[in-house]
Design a protein around this ligand. Structure first.
Ligand code: NPQ
Ligand code: MG
Length: 364
């Protein structure tokens, strides 16, 4: 278990959080055949979901890794069942499962994209802008990202910062693929106000209401023209199916950490695809380790909308892997090497490391 600290190129603010650096938990699995890396998506404070870096670190150390080390000859598909007795902590579980999966695939010489069933070698990506101190600064931020080549821009909204900023950006960019993310900031009482967003031809409104209120989202969907997309609500393939059947969501934001790993993320993709629900890959300001794995997932056929994977430079001046750079047309190349297909730069890793712990199987 390794903790690293990466400064952000600019603070990232949402209705609940404002961060200017990432405190990230990485999990490294060392086996006789290969090593694997997993990244925990949790924020350093429990402001997006109940998980947070320090808590995930404790759960990995005290409750997850010991369960695997009892019988360390474990395959990636066995990790979830072995960890099932532990309730919740899906981002912590995802980091462990991803590291085992990466080691397994590297040993087999198999790219994660191939293993998951990717059907493309490059994926369209968008950018999430975050809250800004003024509308002017929002317009400038959007201008810069559009100039960099992003085909889709996502704005954070909250009560008091929604119709005005969206109208200003739409006026400046009449043809831009534009969407908004409320991170649960509204209630059904805000329905008519949220309906004022319908005139801006948004691709979607993401997680407008509380994560645990699917019926309210179904009711809101009946009152809005803009499609609803769920993020925080979708914690498994089963919940995705329930949300779709309830009419609570027309689009799904898939985040491997939020659903417990890439294997469950694949199952969410399959459920949505069977129901004709488009999906896209959400972002948690990952390092190149999580970014590489997310690109493999985003290369599946059901990922028909640009994700929040963004180029490395959108978040980090220096990363623990080589930077992912935007290709023409606002796309990122899907790593083609074994496993997650990137190498961790040990020199940078050492510089940004704030703590390292190693757990070993009990001597047999
Ligand atoms: C979302 N991500 O889609 C999340 C919100 C979010 C890109 O909007 C540190 C780590 C800070 C993860 C702030 C984007 C974060 C974070 C916001 C995720 O809802
Ligand atoms: Mg979101």
């Amino acid at each position: 278990m390794r903790r690293i600290g990466l400064p952000l190129v600019s603070p990232f603010r949402t209705s609940a959080s404002g961060v200017d650096s990432r405190d990230v938990l990485l999990v490294r699995v060392i086996t006789p055949e290969a090593e694997g890396w997993g990244e925990c998506a949790a924020m350093n404070e429990p402001l997006y979901s109940p998980e947070y870096t320090e808590g995930a670190h404790a759960v990995v150390r005290e409750h997850l890794v010991p369960r695997l080390l009892q019988q360390p000859d474990v395959e990636a598909t066995e990790v979830e069942p072995r960890l099932a007795p532990v309730k919740g902590h899906l981002m912590a579980k995802a980091a462990v499962e991803s590291a085992v999966l990466d080691a397994e695939l590297r040993a087999a010489g198999l790219p994660l994209a191939t293993y998951l069933g990717a059907t493309t070698g490059a994926v369209a990506v968008g950018v999430s802008v975050g809250l800004t101190p003024s509308v002017g600064q929002l317009i400038t931020a959007v201008e810069n990202y559009v100039a960099e080549g992003y085909q889709r821009v996502k704005l954070k909204i909250e009560s008091g910062w929604d119709v005005g900023p969206v109208a200003a950006v739409r006026r400046q960019f009449p043809d831009l693929a534009l969407q908004v993310d409320a991170n649960e900031a509204y209630t059904l009482a805000d329905s008519s106000h949220l309906a004022d967003l319908d005139e801006f031809n948004l691709v979607m409104i993401e997680q407008p209401l509380a994560a645990d209120d699917l019926p309210a989202h179904a009711e809101l969907a009946r009152r809005l023209r803009t499609p609803i997309c769920l993020d925080e609500s979708i914690t498994s393939a089963r919940v995705a199916r329930q949300a779709i059947e309830l009419g609570a969501t027309a689009i799904v934001n898939i985040k491997p950490g939020r659903v417990g790993g890439y294997l469950e993320a694949h199952r969410v993709h399959d459920v949505c695809r069977e129901s004709g629900v488009p999906v896209w890959c959400g972002g948690m300001l990952e390092t190149g380790i999580g970014r590489a794995a997310n690109l493999a997932l985003a290369a599946l056929p059901g990922f028909t909308l640009p994700g929040d994977i963004s180029a490395s430079r959108r978040y980090f001046a220096r990363d623990v892997t080589a930077p992912f750079e935007l290709l023409p047309g606002g796309r990122l190349a899907v790593p083609s090497g074994p496993g997650i297909g990137v190498e961790v730069d040990e020199e940078v890793l050492t510089e940004v490391t704030t703590g390292v712990e190693r757990l070993r199987p009990a001597p047999s």
